[in-house]
Design a protein. Structure first.
Lengths: 350, 612
């Protein structure tokens, strides 16, 4: 009975929001001023309903075997969904031909990274993300030899040449350019985050206000403790335990048309001493150490092509397979047991 | 029953067209060519272009192949043929053309007007596409179509005998017999001699050299690609001009060009048997796919199937008046024959394209139609009540009718984008989910029938029977949609590393599954009784339509592979109509059942208790 009620509500919700993803992975959302339960509580409720049904001893009779198996499968699927939602993450990798990368960039979140370049052969990166990037947040970290105070942070922004004289303590890029907020684009990839922060506790010439945007062509550097610290605002990076090098990206068109027939990235996988040639193409992703890399997009730029691989790391991967099989078995059992009964009246109408 | 089998055979034979006067162009229509990324017979090439120019797959009294032959071998005649369909009065007004019956205009009429208005067209092109009026968009399309028409017409211009040699002096100079007609390719080697003669003031030589320029002008026509690559790398076929200019000539190509020249002469002298003989030699070695596609074009099986479906519906209706049993059986057999043709058509498509039955929206409509009529045939076989015939003929013809709307957009066997280039998943997930759609539609039509019968006060027993069929169908539909949806998730996981992404199409499929689950749970819990259940099945149609066509309107996501402008309105009308129908009939059915007294309602609670 619970299942029925929940099913109805889920219907109403789904019917209203077929295309709007953000309602599914949330706890609640608003329609006008009326709060509606989001995807999480909805599925939780269905899960409770399904499990409750399975726990009720009255339903374990022979006739209901198939149906019960189906419900078991549904419970498995919801559990898998929970695992996926909680523990998986995804992002992308952008690699130009001849270049390599060993990290995943997040689709949405940004980070403020400080790269300590004092050692000749290794860089030490210290990055701050999410909550750290709110205005008013103060950052003091042992790996960074100065204090930082976030003044402004915009999801999407543009930099304009200053029309008036800059504030006295503006440094670097901030001297000539002014950060302004821009309306947030629907496609998140096109947003260009911007940040304004104050550095203190460093040399007087270094202390001051700095401005950063995503994808700035020239890096900003700060001098401290006898070395250069590069500071960047970029998409949140997750390091990979291995490295991918793109040797060639190829696009094949149907002859005489502009319709793509196939995309392909030839890649060399570097893992420790291992150098393994691999290939990623449409419908044929690379799977390695729990990560899945699939061909998502590409950038054609004269002589050098750049591939864009989407990366997913998903622990709950096996659940849909399991539950799918369980549900199919259940449905088949049920069908075999029920169908003759449903179509039985053949003789009666002849 | 034997008699009826003979009837089927006869009717099948009847649908195979007899070889007629157009037979002379069959061999020509079977010549393979590469167009829009795939190898197809010239017949398809001709039909696709006729559809674009004329709005239908024929050119007046000419067959598509005949029309193409005329365009290639006798362009002068083709330019005069009224072949461009301009139904929009704004378009004809902008071109300064007078309206006429049928609103078809010849290339000659269009050409000068398009050229005169070049500045206007340039301004149109620079305008943003969103801000163009429909007429402006059509004008631009017409410009492209006319250019394409002209390009095709010049494909074999170097082979056409358009140079009439009448000057003895010139003939002597270039060593060709006087008084004959020659083609560009024949005179090409004498070009320098002609130029020299022209400089000395010979009028014919001047005329010829000028016409050389006219033949060569306008760029290389590259649409008609009929020569497989010989020495070049890649899989791009060559057009006659391209092959000649880029020196990709092999002995095979030279022989083919010679054949085309003989064909040109044969066409001009109306020697059809010689024309057909050369064409069949040119088409030698074409794969069986080309043959099958040619037959597929010619037979138009889906148009025949729809005729059968409608005929079956009429027979069924007649059976309600007279000869109850006999006419019903005939209707069943006619439905079966239609289904056979329908499935044969799909099978031919599969063979030609070498891929599973469903990969575009058009194909999904065809396939769902076949599923619906096929399951209706099974239902009729089991129940023998006329119900299956009703469902199959109504839903089958409606779906085929919808599919014709998509077929009007051009070649329906086009190549696929990279992500869909996978036979395995097309064969499993897509087929499974579309079978699910089909069975859902069967269930929905049953719902309609149930509500109408209840309203009409049919006997309790009949309603019970209908109800059981509905239950059975919905269980099968749930099986297919659920399995199909999960398979889709697995495809997504295999290809993109995620099982579920809340893509609109995924949500649409989930919507169907959830609706079926809801209906089923409602039934089991006793909240939904006969009419309520039937109402939900009627609404099922709305859900399927939204999940199937509606999500494509959003034009986002991985699955949005088809977009038609008119579809939004049609879809809305369909959904609104179904909702109104459902609730009105539900209301009256309820009233009728309540008026019938407790006996009937007792039955429903009884079956509910029974199934619990």
């Amino acid at each position: 009975m619970i299942v029925l009620v929940v099913g109805t509500i889920a219907q109403r919700e789904l019917g209203l929001y077929v295309a709007q993803n953000r309602y599914f992975s949330s706890f609640y959302f608003w329609v006008g001023s009326v709060p509606f339960p989001g995807g999480y509580p909805m599925m939780g409720l269905i899960f409770v309903g399904v499990v409750a049904r399975l726990l009720a001893p009255a339903v374990w009779v022979r006739q209901k075997l198939g149906v019960n198996v189906v419900h078991l499968g549904a419970a498995l699927m919801l559990a898998g969904g929970f695992f996926t939602a909680t523990f998986s993450f995804e992002g992308n990798m952008v690699i130009g031909e001849g270049e390599s990368a060993d990290y995943i960039s997040d689709y949405h979140a940004t980070e403020l990274a400080f790269i300590d370049t004092r050692a000749a052969d290794r860089d030490q990166v210290t990055a701050f993300a999410r909550g750290w990037l709110q205005p008013g947040e103060k950052i003091a970290h042992a790996a960074v030899p100065f204090h930082i105070e976030i003044l402004k942070y915009f999801r999407n922004s543009t930099a304009r040449p200053r029309s008036a004289l800059p504030p006295e303590d503006a440094r670097g890029f901030a001297k000539n350019f002014e950060l302004t907020e821009a309306p947030v684009e629907v496609e998140d990839e096109r947003n260009r985050a911007g940040i304004l922060f104050r550095v203190s506790q460093a040399d007087p010439g270094v202390n001051g206000i700095y401005t950063l945007l995503e994808r700035m062509p020239v890096p900003q550097t700060l001098k401290a403790e006898g070395g250069d610290f590069i500071v960047e605002l970029r998409r949140l990076r997750t390091p990979l335990p291995f490295r991918l090098e793109l040797t060639k990206f190829a696009k094949k068109l149907h002859p005489g048309t502009e319709i793509p027939e196939a995309f392909r990235s030839d890649i060399i996988l570097h893992d420790g001493e291992l150098r393994q040639p691999v290939r990623v193409q449409m419908n044929e992703p690379l799977r390695y150490k729990g990560y899945t890399f699939y061909q998502a997009s590409f950038i054609e730029n004269g002589s050098q092509n750049t591939t864009v691989l989407a990366v997913v790391h998903n622990i709950g991967r096996v659940f849909p397979y399991l539950s799918g099989i369980v549900m199919c078995i259940g449905l088949l059992i049920h069908l075999v047991m029920q169908l003759p009964r449903l179509f039985r009246n053949e003789g009666a109408t002849r | 029953m034997k008699r009826w089998s003979c009837a089927i055979l006869l009717s099948l034979l009847f649908t195979l067209p007899a070889v007629g006067a157009e037979g002379d162009f069959y061999a020509f229509g079977k010549i393979p060519s590469q167009h829009e990324g795939r190898i197809k017979p010239l017949d398809t090439f001709a039909r696709t272009h006729l559809l674009a120019f004329n709005g239908k797959e024929s050119a007046g009294e000419l067959s598509p192949s005949h029309w193409l032959a005329e365009l290639l071998f006798d362009p002068e005649a083709a330019y005069k043929r009224e072949i461009f369909n301009l139904p929009n009065p704004d378009v004809t007004a902008a071109l300064g053309l007078d309206r006429r019956d049928g609103n078809r205009f010849s290339f000659n009429e269009l050409f000068s007007r398009l050229r005169e208005q070049e500045a206007f067209f340039q301004a149109l092109r620079e305008k943003e596409s969103e801000s163009r009026t429909p007429a402006q968009t059509q004008l631009l399309e017409l410009d492209v179509k006319a250019a394409r028409f002209f390009e095709i017409s010049r494909s074999l211009s170097m082979l056409l005998p358009i140079f009439h040699l009448t000057d003895q002096e010139v003939a002597q100079e270039i060593g060709l017999a006087n008084g004959e007609r020659y083609s560009y390719s024949q005179l090409l080697r004498s070009r320098e001699a002609l130029q020299k003669k022209a400089r000395s003031g010979n009028l014919q030589a001047i005329d010829f050299t000028q016409r050389f320029g006219a033949v060569e002008g306008w760029g290389i026509p590259d649409v008609l690609r009929i020569f497989p690559p010989q020495f070049r790398s890649g899989d791009l076929w060559g057009s006659p001009w391209r092959v000649m200019q880029e020196g990709d000539g092999s002995p095979a190509v030279a022989a083919s060009l010679l054949r085309l020249r003989v064909m040109a002469d044969a066409y001009r002298s109306e020697n059809w048997s010689a024309f057909a003989a050369e064409a069949s030699k040119l088409g030698e070695g074409a794969g069986a796919e080309i043959q099958v596609e040619f037959l597929y074009n010619k037979w138009k099986l889906f148009q025949k199937a729809i005729a059968f479906y409608i005929g079956s519906l009429l027979l069924l209706m007649a059976s309600w008046l007279v000869w109850r049993k006999r006419l019903r059986r005939t209707a069943f057999i006619v439905l079966c024959s239609g289904t056979v043709l329908h499935i044969l058509g799909i099978a031919m498509r599969m063979y030609v394209m070498g891929r599973p039955p469903v990969s575009t929206l058009f194909e999904s409509v065809l396939f769902v139609g076949a599923i619906v009529t096929f399951s209706a045939c099974i239902l009729e076989y089991m129940k023998k009540s006329g119900l299956g015939v009703l469902i199959g003929s109504v839903a089958g013809s409606a779906l085929l009718f919808v599919s014709f709307g998509y077929a009007a957009e051009g070649d329906t066997m086009g190549v696929l984008v990279a992500v869909l280039n996978t036979n395995f998943w097309l064969a499993t997930h897509v087929v499974c989910i579309t079978i699910g759609y089909g069975i859902c539609i069967v269930g929905a039509v049953l719902g309609h029938v149930y509500l109408l019968s209840a309203w009409a006060g049919r006997a309790r027993k009949k309603l019970e029977e209908l109800f059981r069929s509905m239950m059975g169908v919905s269980v099968v539909a749930l099986l297919f949609t659920a399995v199909g949806t999960i398979l889709g998730g697995i495809w997504a996981d295999q290809s993109w590393g995620r099982f579920w992404g809340w893509d609109p199409k995924e949500n649409g499929a989930l919507l169907i599954v959830l609706w079926l689950l809801f209906v089923m749970h409602g039934r089991l819990s006793g909240i939904l009784q006969g009419p309520g259940f039937a109402l939900c099945m009627v609404l099922m149609n709305v859900i399927v339509a939204v999940a199937w066509f509606g999500v494509n309107l959003l034009n986002i996501g991985l699955h949005s592979y088809g977009f038609t402008e008119n579809i939004a309105l049609n879809l809305f009308l369909f959904c609104a109509g179904e909702v109104v129908f459902g609730f009105v009939t539900f209301h009256f059915a309820k009233l009728r059942l309540a008026a019938a007294g407790p006996e009937r309602s007792a039955h429903f609670s009884e079956t509910v208790a029974d199934s619990k």
